[in-house]
Write a protein of this length. Structure first.
Length: 238
Protein backbone atom coordinates (compact mmCIF):
# COMPACT_ATOMS: atom_id res chain seq x y z
CA UNK A 1 0.00 0.00 0.00
CA UNK A 2 2.83 2.35 0.90
CA UNK A 3 4.63 1.57 -2.31
CA UNK A 4 1.60 2.42 -4.39
CA UNK A 5 1.28 5.78 -2.69
CA UNK A 6 4.94 6.60 -3.33
CA UNK A 7 4.49 5.63 -6.93
CA UNK A 8 1.57 8.00 -7.25
CA UNK A 9 3.58 10.78 -5.60
CA UNK A 10 6.42 10.26 -8.07
CA UNK A 11 4.04 10.31 -10.99
CA UNK A 12 2.46 13.53 -9.75
CA UNK A 13 5.88 15.11 -9.34
CA UNK A 14 6.97 14.04 -12.82
CA UNK A 15 3.75 15.32 -14.32
CA UNK A 16 4.12 18.58 -12.44
CA UNK A 17 7.63 19.02 -13.83
CA UNK A 18 6.41 18.28 -17.32
CA UNK A 19 3.52 20.68 -16.86
CA UNK A 20 5.90 23.38 -15.64
CA UNK A 21 8.16 22.87 -18.63
CA UNK A 22 5.21 23.00 -20.99
CA UNK A 23 3.91 26.09 -19.24
CA UNK A 24 7.28 27.78 -19.61
CA UNK A 25 7.40 26.89 -23.31
CA UNK A 26 3.89 28.26 -23.78
CA UNK A 27 4.88 31.45 -22.00
CA UNK A 28 7.91 31.80 -24.25
CA UNK A 29 5.77 31.18 -27.34
CA UNK A 30 3.23 33.70 -26.13
CA UNK A 31 5.98 36.27 -25.60
CA UNK A 32 7.36 35.62 -29.08
CA UNK A 33 3.90 35.82 -30.58
CA UNK A 34 3.24 39.07 -28.76
CA UNK A 35 6.52 40.46 -30.05
CA UNK A 36 5.76 39.32 -33.59
CA UNK A 37 2.30 40.86 -33.35
CA UNK A 38 3.84 44.12 -32.13
CA UNK A 39 6.39 44.07 -34.95
CA UNK A 40 3.69 43.26 -37.47
CA UNK A 41 1.52 46.03 -36.11
CA UNK A 42 4.43 48.49 -36.36
CA UNK A 43 5.21 47.39 -39.88
CA UNK A 44 1.54 47.65 -40.78
CA UNK A 45 1.48 51.17 -39.43
CA UNK A 46 4.59 51.99 -41.45
CA UNK A 47 3.04 50.48 -44.58
CA UNK A 48 -0.19 52.36 -43.93
CA UNK A 49 1.74 55.58 -43.41
CA UNK A 50 3.74 54.97 -46.58
CA UNK A 51 0.56 54.22 -48.51
CA UNK A 52 -1.07 57.38 -47.18
CA UNK A 53 1.97 59.42 -48.13
CA UNK A 54 2.10 57.74 -51.53
CA UNK A 55 -1.59 58.41 -52.08
CA UNK A 56 -1.10 62.07 -51.18
CA UNK A 57 1.88 62.24 -53.53
CA UNK A 58 -0.13 60.63 -56.33
CA UNK A 59 -2.96 63.10 -55.76
CA UNK A 60 -0.50 65.99 -55.81
CA UNK A 61 1.03 64.67 -59.03
CA UNK A 62 -2.45 64.31 -60.50
CA UNK A 63 -3.33 67.89 -59.54
CA UNK A 64 -0.04 69.20 -60.92
CA UNK A 65 -0.66 67.22 -64.09
CA UNK A 66 -4.11 68.77 -64.42
CA UNK A 67 -2.64 72.23 -63.91
CA UNK A 68 0.10 71.53 -66.45
CA UNK A 69 -2.45 70.17 -68.90
CA UNK A 70 -4.61 73.28 -68.52
CA UNK A 71 -1.56 75.51 -68.94
CA UNK A 72 -0.39 73.63 -72.04
CA UNK A 73 -3.91 73.76 -73.49
CA UNK A 74 -4.01 77.53 -72.94
CA UNK A 75 -0.53 77.86 -74.46
CA UNK A 76 -1.66 75.78 -77.42
CA UNK A 77 -4.66 78.07 -77.98
CA UNK A 78 -2.48 81.19 -77.66
CA UNK A 79 0.09 79.76 -80.07
CA UNK A 80 -2.58 78.90 -82.65
CA UNK A 81 -4.14 82.36 -82.32
CA UNK A 82 -0.68 83.91 -82.65
CA UNK A 83 -0.02 81.79 -85.75
CA UNK A 84 -3.28 83.01 -87.27
CA UNK A 85 -2.42 86.65 -86.54
CA UNK A 86 1.09 86.21 -87.96
CA UNK A 87 -0.41 84.64 -91.07
CA UNK A 88 -2.81 87.57 -91.47
CA UNK A 89 0.02 90.05 -90.94
CA UNK A 90 2.21 88.22 -93.45
CA UNK A 91 -0.58 88.29 -96.03
CA UNK A 92 -1.12 92.02 -95.45
CA UNK A 93 2.61 92.69 -95.81
CA UNK A 94 2.73 90.64 -99.02
CA UNK A 95 -0.17 92.68 -100.42
CA UNK A 96 1.61 95.87 -99.37
CA UNK A 97 4.81 94.68 -101.06
CA UNK A 98 2.83 93.98 -104.25
CA UNK A 99 1.26 97.44 -104.15
CA UNK A 100 4.64 99.05 -103.51
CA UNK A 101 6.09 97.15 -106.45
CA UNK A 102 3.22 98.30 -108.68
CA UNK A 103 3.68 101.90 -107.52
CA UNK A 104 7.41 101.63 -108.14
CA UNK A 105 6.77 100.46 -111.71
CA UNK A 106 4.32 103.34 -112.22
CA UNK A 107 6.89 105.86 -111.00
CA UNK A 108 9.52 104.31 -113.26
CA UNK A 109 7.13 104.72 -116.16
CA UNK A 110 6.52 108.33 -115.10
CA UNK A 111 10.26 108.91 -115.05
CA UNK A 112 10.52 107.47 -118.55
CA UNK A 113 7.72 109.78 -119.70
CA UNK A 114 9.52 112.74 -118.13
CA UNK A 115 12.68 111.79 -120.01
CA UNK A 116 10.66 111.71 -123.24
CA UNK A 117 9.23 115.15 -122.44
CA UNK A 118 12.72 116.48 -121.76
CA UNK A 119 13.85 115.10 -125.09
CA UNK A 120 10.93 116.76 -126.90
CA UNK A 121 11.63 120.01 -125.06
CA UNK A 122 15.18 119.85 -126.35
CA UNK A 123 13.88 119.62 -129.91
CA UNK A 124 11.39 122.46 -129.32
CA UNK A 125 14.11 124.62 -127.79
CA UNK A 126 16.38 123.96 -130.76
CA UNK A 127 13.59 124.85 -133.21
CA UNK A 128 12.79 128.01 -131.25
CA UNK A 129 16.45 129.05 -131.36
CA UNK A 130 16.59 128.47 -135.11
CA UNK A 131 13.27 130.29 -135.62
CA UNK A 132 14.51 133.22 -133.57
CA UNK A 133 17.70 133.36 -135.62
CA UNK A 134 15.76 133.15 -138.90
CA UNK A 135 13.36 135.88 -137.75
CA UNK A 136 16.33 138.09 -136.85
CA UNK A 137 17.90 137.53 -140.26
CA UNK A 138 14.53 138.22 -141.94
CA UNK A 139 14.18 141.48 -140.01
CA UNK A 140 17.66 142.53 -141.13
CA UNK A 141 16.85 141.75 -144.76
CA UNK A 142 13.51 143.60 -144.48
CA UNK A 143 15.32 146.64 -143.12
CA UNK A 144 17.66 146.55 -146.06
CA UNK A 145 14.68 146.41 -148.45
CA UNK A 146 13.40 149.69 -147.03
CA UNK A 147 9.76 150.56 -147.67
CA UNK A 148 9.21 147.40 -149.69
CA UNK A 149 10.22 145.17 -146.81
CA UNK A 150 8.34 146.95 -144.04
CA UNK A 151 5.39 144.47 -144.01
CA UNK A 152 7.79 141.57 -144.06
CA UNK A 153 9.68 143.12 -141.13
CA UNK A 154 6.46 143.24 -139.06
CA UNK A 155 5.86 139.55 -139.71
CA UNK A 156 9.48 138.76 -138.88
CA UNK A 157 9.16 140.60 -135.57
CA UNK A 158 6.00 138.65 -134.72
CA UNK A 159 7.71 135.36 -135.56
CA UNK A 160 10.71 136.35 -133.47
CA UNK A 161 8.44 137.29 -130.55
CA UNK A 162 6.65 133.94 -130.78
CA UNK A 163 9.99 132.12 -130.91
CA UNK A 164 11.19 133.93 -127.79
CA UNK A 165 7.95 133.13 -125.96
CA UNK A 166 8.22 129.50 -127.04
CA UNK A 167 11.80 129.45 -125.76
CA UNK A 168 10.73 130.92 -122.39
CA UNK A 169 7.84 128.45 -122.07
CA UNK A 170 10.22 125.63 -122.94
CA UNK A 171 12.57 126.69 -120.15
CA UNK A 172 9.66 126.86 -117.68
CA UNK A 173 8.53 123.38 -118.70
CA UNK A 174 12.12 122.12 -118.45
CA UNK A 175 12.36 123.48 -114.90
CA UNK A 176 9.10 121.76 -113.92
CA UNK A 177 10.13 118.47 -115.52
CA UNK A 178 13.45 118.62 -113.69
CA UNK A 179 11.57 118.98 -110.41
CA UNK A 180 9.29 116.11 -111.41
CA UNK A 181 12.29 114.02 -112.36
CA UNK A 182 13.97 114.72 -109.02
CA UNK A 183 10.76 113.90 -107.12
CA UNK A 184 10.28 110.73 -109.17
CA UNK A 185 13.80 109.56 -108.35
CA UNK A 186 13.25 110.20 -104.65
CA UNK A 187 9.93 108.36 -104.84
CA UNK A 188 11.56 105.44 -106.66
CA UNK A 189 14.29 105.22 -104.01
CA UNK A 190 11.70 105.35 -101.23
CA UNK A 191 9.59 102.70 -102.97
CA UNK A 192 12.61 100.42 -103.42
CA UNK A 193 13.51 100.79 -99.74
CA UNK A 194 9.89 100.16 -98.75
CA UNK A 195 9.75 97.12 -101.00
CA UNK A 196 12.99 95.75 -99.53
CA UNK A 197 11.69 96.31 -96.00
CA UNK A 198 8.38 94.69 -96.89
CA UNK A 199 10.21 91.64 -98.25
CA UNK A 200 12.22 91.44 -95.02
CA UNK A 201 9.00 91.70 -93.02
CA UNK A 202 7.41 88.93 -95.10
CA UNK A 203 10.43 86.70 -94.47
CA UNK A 204 10.38 87.45 -90.74
CA UNK A 205 6.64 86.82 -90.49
CA UNK A 206 7.11 83.46 -92.22
CA UNK A 207 9.88 82.56 -89.78
CA UNK A 208 7.67 83.61 -86.87
CA UNK A 209 4.87 81.47 -88.27
CA UNK A 210 7.20 78.47 -88.54
CA UNK A 211 8.36 78.99 -84.95
CA UNK A 212 4.75 79.15 -83.76
CA UNK A 213 3.99 75.97 -85.70
CA UNK A 214 6.84 74.25 -83.86
CA UNK A 215 5.52 75.60 -80.55
CA UNK A 216 2.06 74.23 -81.32
CA UNK A 217 3.60 70.83 -82.11
CA UNK A 218 5.73 70.79 -78.94
CA UNK A 219 2.79 71.88 -76.79
CA UNK A 220 0.74 69.08 -78.33
CA UNK A 221 3.44 66.57 -77.35
CA UNK A 222 3.52 67.97 -73.79
CA UNK A 223 -0.27 67.82 -73.60
CA UNK A 224 -0.21 64.18 -74.72
CA UNK A 225 2.40 63.34 -72.07
CA UNK A 226 0.30 65.10 -69.43
CA UNK A 227 -2.67 62.95 -70.44
CA UNK A 228 -0.56 59.81 -70.05
CA UNK A 229 0.66 60.91 -66.62
CA UNK A 230 -2.89 61.76 -65.57
CA UNK A 231 -4.10 58.32 -66.66
CA UNK A 232 -1.25 56.60 -64.80
CA UNK A 233 -1.85 58.56 -61.58
CA UNK A 234 -5.57 57.84 -61.81
CA UNK A 235 -4.83 54.11 -61.96
CA UNK A 236 -2.49 54.41 -58.98
CA UNK A 237 -5.07 56.32 -56.94
CA UNK A 238 -7.75 53.71 -57.64
Amino acid sequence: MMMDFEYVILRVRDNSASLLTASQKMDTCATLMQRDVAIGHSESEQVASAMTEMSATVQEIAQNTVNASEASAAANIDAKEGRLEVSKTGTSIELLATEIDAASHAIHNLDNDIQSIVSVLGVISSIADQTNLLALNAAIEAARAGEMGRGFAVVADEVRSLAQRAQASTEDIRTMTERLESGAKLAVNAMEKGKAQAEISVTESRKAGEELDRIVTEVGVIDSMNDQIAAATHEQST
